[in-house]
Design a protein around this ligand. Sequence first.
Ligand code: GAR
Length: 194
Amino acid sequence: MRIVVLVSGSGSNLQAVIDAVAEGSLEGVEIAAVGADKHGTYGVERAAAAGYETFVVNFKDYAVRDEWNHALTAKCLSYAPDYVVSSGFMRIVGEEFVNAFDGTYLNTHPALLPSFPGAHGVRDALAYGVKVTGCTVHIADAGVDTGPILAQAAVEVLPGDTAESLHERIKVQERALLIRVLGQLAAGRDPRDG
Ligand code: GAR
């Protein structure tokens, strides 16, 4: 199962996937390439350090959003991936991308969707005062963190939690969840079956 992973930031979830592939605990998963929407991400650096092909389709190089979207779609398609994984990729993709990867574009989000979508899922959940939050891996569509849910894990909010401390605990679950989902998909199983 060939995957292209898209990142915008530190890529700690990506690192967990890289490690799992290297350890042989993600049988059948091949990272075809890792891409970003801007230069200088640590995620791309991690991928390059692990010997993977990387690319940047720099959002700021395109005057028109659709042109960026077209370039990103073409670049991802060039790797013929079975799945594209948004792992902390903080851009909404357009119709052309969503149509090209219909049902095969995965996203991971640090909240229990459909609650708290968007770029600040952890902060928003904490501000709302929830006692339990978590993470979600889902098939992404054209919305903001919307689309069919594949798997979720719950994380308790502890007294004194900050967005940072809570996000770190969520990420521990998120990494395990993403690896579980990828392993199930590679094995031809539907993660929704548990
Ligand atoms: C992850 O927690 C991911 O769920 C979140 O960004 C973080 C990236 O961390 N994505 C979103 O909030 C998407 N709405 P990482 O770069 O260290 O893997």
